[in-house]
Design a protein around this ligand. Structure first.
Ligand code: ATP
Ligand code: MG
Length: 409
Protein backbone atom coordinates (compact mmCIF):
# COMPACT_ATOMS: atom_id res chain seq x y z
CA UNK A 1 0.00 0.00 0.00
CA UNK A 2 2.52 2.59 1.11
CA UNK A 3 5.22 4.17 -1.07
CA UNK A 4 7.21 6.06 1.51
CA UNK A 5 7.52 7.22 5.11
CA UNK A 6 7.59 10.91 5.89
CA UNK A 7 9.66 11.58 9.02
CA UNK A 8 9.37 14.83 10.99
CA UNK A 9 12.29 15.95 13.11
CA UNK A 10 11.78 16.62 16.80
CA UNK A 11 12.74 19.20 19.37
CA UNK A 12 15.99 19.93 17.59
CA UNK A 13 14.18 22.57 15.56
CA UNK A 14 14.68 24.69 18.70
CA UNK A 15 18.44 24.48 18.34
CA UNK A 16 18.91 27.26 15.82
CA UNK A 17 22.68 27.46 15.68
CA UNK A 18 23.33 23.73 15.80
CA UNK A 19 20.47 22.88 13.52
CA UNK A 20 22.53 21.74 10.54
CA UNK A 21 24.74 19.56 12.69
CA UNK A 22 21.73 18.02 14.44
CA UNK A 23 20.08 17.38 11.12
CA UNK A 24 23.08 15.59 9.68
CA UNK A 25 23.45 13.47 12.82
CA UNK A 26 19.74 12.61 12.77
CA UNK A 27 19.88 11.54 9.13
CA UNK A 28 23.00 9.47 9.78
CA UNK A 29 21.34 7.78 12.77
CA UNK A 30 18.17 6.89 10.83
CA UNK A 31 20.20 5.48 7.95
CA UNK A 32 22.38 3.46 10.33
CA UNK A 33 19.30 1.87 11.96
CA UNK A 34 18.02 0.94 8.50
CA UNK A 35 21.25 -0.33 7.00
CA UNK A 36 19.88 -3.86 6.73
CA UNK A 37 17.39 -2.66 4.12
CA UNK A 38 19.47 -1.78 1.06
CA UNK A 39 16.45 -1.18 -1.19
CA UNK A 40 15.38 1.91 0.74
CA UNK A 41 16.10 5.33 -0.76
CA UNK A 42 16.47 8.45 1.37
CA UNK A 43 15.81 12.08 0.67
CA UNK A 44 15.70 15.03 3.03
CA UNK A 45 14.72 18.68 3.14
CA UNK A 46 15.44 21.07 6.02
CA UNK A 47 12.49 19.89 8.09
CA UNK A 48 11.70 16.42 6.88
CA UNK A 49 13.23 13.13 5.95
CA UNK A 50 11.70 10.82 3.36
CA UNK A 51 12.21 7.08 3.21
CA UNK A 52 11.16 5.58 -0.11
CA UNK A 53 10.23 1.98 0.52
CA UNK A 54 10.94 0.71 -2.99
CA UNK A 55 8.88 -2.40 -2.36
CA UNK A 56 10.22 -3.09 1.18
CA UNK A 57 7.74 -4.07 3.92
CA UNK A 58 7.10 -0.99 6.06
CA UNK A 59 6.72 -2.90 9.37
CA UNK A 60 10.36 -3.66 10.18
CA UNK A 61 11.19 -0.10 9.12
CA UNK A 62 8.81 1.51 11.57
CA UNK A 63 10.05 -0.82 14.31
CA UNK A 64 13.43 0.83 13.83
CA UNK A 65 11.99 4.36 13.63
CA UNK A 66 10.30 3.75 16.98
CA UNK A 67 13.71 3.51 18.67
CA UNK A 68 15.40 6.54 17.10
CA UNK A 69 15.73 9.67 19.22
CA UNK A 70 15.20 13.10 17.68
CA UNK A 71 12.21 11.99 15.70
CA UNK A 72 8.98 13.82 16.45
CA UNK A 73 6.54 11.83 14.29
CA UNK A 74 6.23 9.95 11.04
CA UNK A 75 3.53 9.08 8.54
CA UNK A 76 3.09 6.25 6.11
CA UNK A 77 2.32 7.89 2.78
CA UNK A 78 1.32 7.13 -0.75
CA UNK A 79 2.71 9.23 -3.55
CA UNK A 80 0.90 10.59 -6.59
CA UNK A 81 1.76 12.96 -9.41
CA UNK A 82 0.35 16.40 -8.65
CA UNK A 83 -2.86 16.01 -10.63
CA UNK A 84 -6.38 15.99 -9.10
CA UNK A 85 -7.47 12.67 -10.62
CA UNK A 86 -4.25 10.90 -9.71
CA UNK A 87 -4.28 12.29 -6.15
CA UNK A 88 -7.92 11.25 -5.72
CA UNK A 89 -7.29 7.75 -7.06
CA UNK A 90 -4.52 7.14 -4.49
CA UNK A 91 -6.52 8.84 -1.72
CA UNK A 92 -9.48 6.50 -2.32
CA UNK A 93 -7.22 3.46 -2.07
CA UNK A 94 -5.64 4.78 1.13
CA UNK A 95 -8.94 5.63 2.84
CA UNK A 96 -10.38 2.21 2.02
CA UNK A 97 -7.25 0.62 3.47
CA UNK A 98 -7.22 2.62 6.73
CA UNK A 99 -10.93 3.24 7.36
CA UNK A 100 -11.96 1.29 10.46
CA UNK A 101 -15.76 1.83 10.77
CA UNK A 102 -18.48 1.35 8.17
CA UNK A 103 -19.62 4.94 8.72
CA UNK A 104 -16.77 7.41 8.94
CA UNK A 105 -16.50 11.21 8.90
CA UNK A 106 -13.54 12.82 7.20
CA UNK A 107 -11.98 16.03 6.07
CA UNK A 108 -9.20 16.87 3.66
CA UNK A 109 -6.33 19.12 4.68
CA UNK A 110 -3.96 20.42 2.06
CA UNK A 111 -0.49 21.84 2.40
CA UNK A 112 0.71 23.33 -0.88
CA UNK A 113 4.42 23.98 -0.65
CA UNK A 114 4.80 23.88 -4.44
CA UNK A 115 3.69 27.42 -5.12
CA UNK A 116 3.83 26.86 -8.88
CA UNK A 117 0.75 24.61 -8.65
CA UNK A 118 -2.09 26.72 -10.11
CA UNK A 119 -4.65 26.47 -7.26
CA UNK A 120 -4.89 27.45 -3.59
CA UNK A 121 -4.94 24.90 -0.76
CA UNK A 122 -8.72 25.25 -0.15
CA UNK A 123 -9.33 24.77 -3.87
CA UNK A 124 -7.21 21.60 -3.91
CA UNK A 125 -9.05 20.31 -0.83
CA UNK A 126 -12.39 20.85 -2.54
CA UNK A 127 -11.37 19.25 -5.81
CA UNK A 128 -9.95 16.16 -4.11
CA UNK A 129 -12.83 15.74 -1.62
CA UNK A 130 -15.42 15.92 -4.39
CA UNK A 131 -13.59 13.19 -6.33
CA UNK A 132 -13.09 10.94 -3.29
CA UNK A 133 -16.57 11.07 -1.67
CA UNK A 134 -18.61 9.23 -4.32
CA UNK A 135 -16.15 6.33 -4.38
CA UNK A 136 -15.94 5.38 -0.69
CA UNK A 137 -19.14 4.08 0.88
CA UNK A 138 -20.06 5.35 4.34
CA UNK A 139 -17.85 8.43 4.11
CA UNK A 140 -19.28 11.77 5.27
CA UNK A 141 -17.66 15.18 5.53
CA UNK A 142 -17.16 16.72 8.98
CA UNK A 143 -14.61 19.51 9.01
CA UNK A 144 -14.83 20.14 12.77
CA UNK A 145 -14.51 16.73 14.35
CA UNK A 146 -13.62 14.16 11.69
CA UNK A 147 -12.78 10.51 12.42
CA UNK A 148 -10.16 10.66 9.73
CA UNK A 149 -8.14 13.47 8.17
CA UNK A 150 -6.73 12.99 4.70
CA UNK A 151 -3.55 15.02 4.44
CA UNK A 152 -2.42 16.18 1.03
CA UNK A 153 1.11 17.45 0.96
CA UNK A 154 1.61 18.95 -2.46
CA UNK A 155 5.29 19.49 -3.04
CA UNK A 156 7.65 20.16 -5.88
CA UNK A 157 8.69 16.48 -6.09
CA UNK A 158 5.11 15.17 -6.14
CA UNK A 159 2.15 14.85 -3.81
CA UNK A 160 2.29 12.84 -0.61
CA UNK A 161 -0.95 11.60 0.88
CA UNK A 162 -1.36 10.23 4.40
CA UNK A 163 -3.86 9.81 7.19
CA UNK A 164 -2.08 9.04 10.45
CA UNK A 165 0.92 10.55 12.19
CA UNK A 166 2.66 8.23 14.60
CA UNK A 167 4.52 9.78 17.51
CA UNK A 168 8.28 9.21 17.69
CA UNK A 169 10.49 9.11 20.80
CA UNK A 170 11.37 12.83 20.61
CA UNK A 171 14.57 14.15 22.19
CA UNK A 172 17.82 14.85 20.37
CA UNK A 173 19.68 12.64 17.90
CA UNK A 174 22.11 10.24 19.56
CA UNK A 175 25.63 11.58 19.83
CA UNK A 176 24.97 15.34 19.72
CA UNK A 177 25.33 16.07 23.43
CA UNK A 178 28.71 14.66 24.39
CA UNK A 179 29.55 11.57 26.39
CA UNK A 180 28.49 10.42 29.83
CA UNK A 181 29.26 7.71 32.34
CA UNK A 182 26.11 5.88 33.42
CA UNK A 183 26.35 4.42 36.92
CA UNK A 184 24.39 1.27 36.32
CA UNK A 185 23.11 -0.97 39.09
CA UNK A 186 20.73 -3.87 38.61
CA UNK A 187 17.81 -1.79 39.95
CA UNK A 188 14.85 -0.19 38.24
CA UNK A 189 16.09 3.38 38.29
CA UNK A 190 19.48 3.52 36.63
CA UNK A 191 18.49 1.91 33.30
CA UNK A 192 15.65 4.44 33.06
CA UNK A 193 18.10 7.25 33.82
CA UNK A 194 20.30 5.86 31.03
CA UNK A 195 17.41 5.84 28.60
CA UNK A 196 16.57 9.47 29.42
CA UNK A 197 20.20 10.51 28.99
CA UNK A 198 20.32 8.78 25.60
CA UNK A 199 17.11 10.61 24.75
CA UNK A 200 18.93 13.92 25.12
CA UNK A 201 21.61 12.78 22.69
CA UNK A 202 24.22 11.76 25.28
CA UNK A 203 26.42 8.80 24.29
CA UNK A 204 26.98 6.49 27.27
CA UNK A 205 29.59 4.19 28.75
CA UNK A 206 28.21 2.15 31.67
CA UNK A 207 30.01 1.60 34.97
CA UNK A 208 28.93 -1.16 37.34
CA UNK A 209 30.32 -1.79 40.82
CA UNK A 210 30.45 -5.52 41.51
CA UNK A 211 31.35 -7.05 44.86
CA UNK A 212 31.85 -10.76 44.36
CA UNK A 213 31.40 -13.07 46.18
CA UNK A 214 28.83 -10.93 48.04
CA UNK A 215 27.19 -10.18 44.71
CA UNK A 216 26.64 -13.12 42.37
CA UNK A 217 27.27 -13.85 38.72
CA UNK A 218 23.52 -13.74 38.24
CA UNK A 219 23.52 -10.15 39.51
CA UNK A 220 26.19 -9.31 36.94
CA UNK A 221 24.30 -11.07 34.16
CA UNK A 222 21.30 -8.96 35.11
CA UNK A 223 23.29 -5.78 34.51
CA UNK A 224 24.46 -7.11 31.14
CA UNK A 225 20.88 -7.99 30.18
CA UNK A 226 19.70 -4.54 31.22
CA UNK A 227 22.28 -2.94 28.98
CA UNK A 228 21.24 -5.22 26.17
CA UNK A 229 17.75 -3.76 26.48
CA UNK A 230 19.19 -0.24 26.39
CA UNK A 231 21.65 -0.80 23.56
CA UNK A 232 18.98 -0.65 20.88
CA UNK A 233 18.37 2.99 21.76
CA UNK A 234 22.00 3.96 21.13
CA UNK A 235 22.93 5.46 17.79
CA UNK A 236 25.66 2.87 17.15
CA UNK A 237 23.85 -0.18 18.60
CA UNK A 238 26.86 -0.61 20.89
CA UNK A 239 27.65 0.18 24.49
CA UNK A 240 30.71 -0.37 26.65
CA UNK A 241 30.29 -1.84 30.13
CA UNK A 242 33.00 -1.34 32.72
CA UNK A 243 32.85 -3.71 35.67
CA UNK A 244 34.65 -2.29 38.67
CA UNK A 245 35.94 -4.73 41.34
CA UNK A 246 34.46 -3.09 44.43
CA UNK A 247 34.80 -5.88 47.00
CA UNK A 248 37.95 -4.75 48.81
CA UNK A 249 36.72 -1.18 49.06
CA UNK A 250 33.42 -2.29 50.53
CA UNK A 251 35.16 -4.59 52.98
CA UNK A 252 37.46 -1.74 54.02
CA UNK A 253 34.44 0.49 54.63
CA UNK A 254 32.76 -2.22 56.66
CA UNK A 255 35.87 -2.82 58.77
CA UNK A 256 36.96 0.79 59.35
CA UNK A 257 33.98 3.10 59.25
CA UNK A 258 31.23 3.67 61.85
CA UNK A 259 28.38 1.70 60.39
CA UNK A 260 25.89 4.58 60.19
CA UNK A 261 28.28 6.23 57.70
CA UNK A 262 28.80 3.12 55.54
CA UNK A 263 26.46 4.14 52.77
CA UNK A 264 27.56 7.78 52.62
CA UNK A 265 31.18 6.74 52.35
CA UNK A 266 30.49 3.96 49.90
CA UNK A 267 28.68 6.45 47.66
CA UNK A 268 31.56 8.91 47.93
CA UNK A 269 33.97 6.18 46.81
CA UNK A 270 31.68 5.38 43.89
CA UNK A 271 31.76 9.01 42.77
CA UNK A 272 35.52 9.26 43.23
CA UNK A 273 35.90 6.21 41.02
CA UNK A 274 33.37 7.52 38.48
CA UNK A 275 35.36 10.75 38.32
CA UNK A 276 38.62 8.90 37.59
CA UNK A 277 36.91 6.69 35.00
CA UNK A 278 35.44 9.75 33.25
CA UNK A 279 38.88 11.28 32.90
CA UNK A 280 40.39 8.02 31.72
CA UNK A 281 37.71 7.42 29.07
CA UNK A 282 37.27 11.09 28.15
CA UNK A 283 33.67 11.35 29.35
CA UNK A 284 32.08 14.71 30.17
CA UNK A 285 29.44 13.95 32.79
CA UNK A 286 28.19 11.34 35.26
CA UNK A 287 24.61 10.06 34.91
CA UNK A 288 22.81 8.12 37.61
CA UNK A 289 19.40 7.02 38.80
CA UNK A 290 19.20 8.92 42.07
CA UNK A 291 15.84 10.34 43.00
CA UNK A 292 15.37 12.90 45.79
CA UNK A 293 14.44 11.34 49.11
CA UNK A 294 14.23 7.76 47.81
CA UNK A 295 16.70 6.38 50.37
CA UNK A 296 19.00 7.78 53.08
CA UNK A 297 21.80 8.49 50.60
CA UNK A 298 19.45 10.47 48.39
CA UNK A 299 18.31 13.16 50.81
CA UNK A 300 19.46 16.61 49.73
CA UNK A 301 21.90 16.70 52.68
CA UNK A 302 23.39 13.33 51.68
CA UNK A 303 23.62 14.30 48.04
CA UNK A 304 25.53 17.44 48.98
CA UNK A 305 28.12 15.54 51.01
CA UNK A 306 28.43 12.72 48.48
CA UNK A 307 28.59 15.04 45.48
CA UNK A 308 31.47 16.96 47.02
CA UNK A 309 34.12 14.48 45.80
CA UNK A 310 33.75 15.37 42.12
CA UNK A 311 33.61 18.54 40.08
CA UNK A 312 32.09 16.82 37.06
CA UNK A 313 28.46 17.63 36.31
CA UNK A 314 26.16 14.90 37.61
CA UNK A 315 22.95 14.44 35.69
CA UNK A 316 20.14 12.82 37.63
CA UNK A 317 17.32 12.49 35.14
CA UNK A 318 15.04 10.95 37.79
CA UNK A 319 15.73 13.44 40.58
CA UNK A 320 12.12 14.64 40.66
CA UNK A 321 10.33 11.51 39.48
CA UNK A 322 8.02 9.39 41.64
CA UNK A 323 8.78 5.68 41.68
CA UNK A 324 5.54 4.99 39.79
CA UNK A 325 6.59 7.27 36.98
CA UNK A 326 9.98 5.56 36.81
CA UNK A 327 8.34 2.13 36.70
CA UNK A 328 6.04 3.23 33.87
CA UNK A 329 9.06 4.18 31.76
CA UNK A 330 10.93 1.00 32.73
CA UNK A 331 7.99 -1.05 31.47
CA UNK A 332 7.80 0.94 28.25
CA UNK A 333 11.48 0.55 27.42
CA UNK A 334 11.61 -3.14 28.36
CA UNK A 335 13.94 -3.00 31.40
CA UNK A 336 11.41 -3.56 34.19
CA UNK A 337 11.28 -7.34 33.96
CA UNK A 338 15.05 -7.68 34.09
CA UNK A 339 15.37 -5.13 36.91
CA UNK A 340 12.95 -7.03 39.10
CA UNK A 341 14.90 -10.29 38.98
CA UNK A 342 15.78 -11.03 42.58
CA UNK A 343 19.56 -10.58 42.77
CA UNK A 344 21.42 -8.39 45.22
CA UNK A 345 23.40 -5.26 44.36
CA UNK A 346 26.51 -4.02 46.15
CA UNK A 347 24.32 -1.27 47.63
CA UNK A 348 22.17 -3.85 49.39
CA UNK A 349 24.99 -5.62 51.21
CA UNK A 350 26.63 -4.30 54.40
CA UNK A 351 23.68 -1.93 54.84
CA UNK A 352 23.39 -0.57 58.39
CA UNK A 353 20.00 -0.59 60.02
CA UNK A 354 20.00 3.16 60.61
CA UNK A 355 22.14 4.94 58.04
CA UNK A 356 22.73 8.62 58.64
CA UNK A 357 20.28 10.73 56.62
CA UNK A 358 21.83 14.13 57.32
CA UNK A 359 25.58 13.45 57.24
CA UNK A 360 27.96 16.22 58.36
CA UNK A 361 30.99 16.80 56.17
CA UNK A 362 33.54 16.95 59.06
CA UNK A 363 32.33 13.64 60.44
CA UNK A 364 32.42 11.97 57.05
CA UNK A 365 35.95 13.23 56.43
CA UNK A 366 36.97 11.99 59.87
CA UNK A 367 35.64 8.53 59.00
CA UNK A 368 37.48 8.50 55.69
CA UNK A 369 40.94 9.10 57.13
CA UNK A 370 40.66 5.77 58.95
CA UNK A 371 41.56 3.94 55.75
CA UNK A 372 43.72 4.61 52.67
CA UNK A 373 40.88 4.45 50.16
CA UNK A 374 42.79 6.13 47.34
CA UNK A 375 45.34 3.34 47.35
CA UNK A 376 42.58 0.72 47.15
CA UNK A 377 40.90 2.64 44.34
CA UNK A 378 44.10 2.97 42.31
CA UNK A 379 44.73 -0.74 42.62
CA UNK A 380 41.20 -1.68 41.56
CA UNK A 381 41.09 0.78 38.63
CA UNK A 382 43.69 -1.34 36.83
CA UNK A 383 41.47 -4.39 37.19
CA UNK A 384 38.34 -3.00 35.59
CA UNK A 385 36.86 -5.54 33.21
CA UNK A 386 35.52 -4.17 29.92
CA UNK A 387 32.70 -5.76 27.93
CA UNK A 388 31.75 -4.34 24.54
CA UNK A 389 28.06 -5.09 24.17
CA UNK A 390 26.37 -5.06 20.79
CA UNK A 391 22.71 -5.15 19.91
CA UNK A 392 22.87 -8.26 17.76
CA UNK A 393 25.09 -10.33 20.08
CA UNK A 394 23.79 -11.91 23.26
CA UNK A 395 26.45 -11.90 25.95
CA UNK A 396 26.42 -14.56 28.65
CA UNK A 397 28.99 -14.51 31.43
CA UNK A 398 28.35 -18.21 31.98
CA UNK A 399 29.28 -19.05 28.39
CA UNK A 400 32.43 -16.99 28.81
CA UNK A 401 33.34 -18.79 32.03
CA UNK A 402 32.80 -22.15 30.40
CA UNK A 403 35.18 -21.15 27.62
CA UNK A 404 37.81 -19.86 30.05
CA UNK A 405 37.39 -22.94 32.28
CA UNK A 406 36.35 -20.84 35.30
CA UNK A 407 32.89 -22.18 35.45
CA UNK A 408 31.84 -25.55 36.73
CA UNK A 409 28.45 -26.96 35.97
P1 ATP B 1 16.38 0.86 42.79
O1 ATP B 1 15.42 0.76 41.68
O2 ATP B 1 16.43 -0.36 43.64
O3 ATP B 1 16.34 2.15 43.54
P2 ATP B 1 18.84 1.88 41.95
O4 ATP B 1 19.70 1.37 40.88
O5 ATP B 1 18.31 3.24 41.76
O6 ATP B 1 17.75 0.81 42.06
P3 ATP B 1 19.88 2.97 44.44
O7 ATP B 1 20.35 2.33 45.67
O8 ATP B 1 18.72 3.87 44.50
O9 ATP B 1 19.59 1.82 43.37
O10 ATP B 1 21.15 3.70 43.84
C1 ATP B 1 21.15 5.02 43.34
C2 ATP B 1 21.98 5.10 42.07
O11 ATP B 1 23.35 4.78 42.33
C3 ATP B 1 21.57 4.10 41.03
O12 ATP B 1 20.46 4.55 40.28
C4 ATP B 1 22.82 3.98 40.20
O13 ATP B 1 22.95 5.06 39.28
C5 ATP B 1 23.91 4.07 41.25
N1 ATP B 1 24.31 2.72 41.69
C6 ATP B 1 23.84 2.00 42.72
N2 ATP B 1 24.43 0.80 42.80
C7 ATP B 1 25.31 0.74 41.78
C8 ATP B 1 26.23 -0.25 41.29
N3 ATP B 1 26.35 -1.42 41.86
N4 ATP B 1 26.97 0.06 40.21
C9 ATP B 1 26.83 1.25 39.59
N5 ATP B 1 25.99 2.21 40.00
C10 ATP B 1 25.24 1.97 41.07
MG1 MG C 1 17.01 4.09 43.28
Amino acid sequence: MYDLILVRYGEMTLKKKNYRYFLQQMNRNIKAKLKKHPKLRFFNTDYRFYIYLNGEDYRPIIEQLNIVFGLSSYSLCVRADSDYDKIAEKAIELIKFEKKQALCTFKVETNRSDKTFPATSPEITKEVASRVLPHVSGLLVDVHNPDLTLHIDLRHEGTYIYINSIKGLGGFPGGVSGKGLLMLSGGIDSPVAGFLALKKGIDLVALHFASPPYTSDMALQKVIDLLQELVKYTAQDKIKLLIFPFTEIQEAIFENVDSIYNITIMRRQMYRIADIVCRKYDLDIIVNGESIGQVASQTIESMKVINEVTKLPIIRPLATYDKEEIIAIARKIGTFEVSTRPYEDCCTIFVPEHPVIKPKMERVEFQEIKCDFSNLINKAIDNIEVINLEKSKKYSIFEKMKISGNYEI
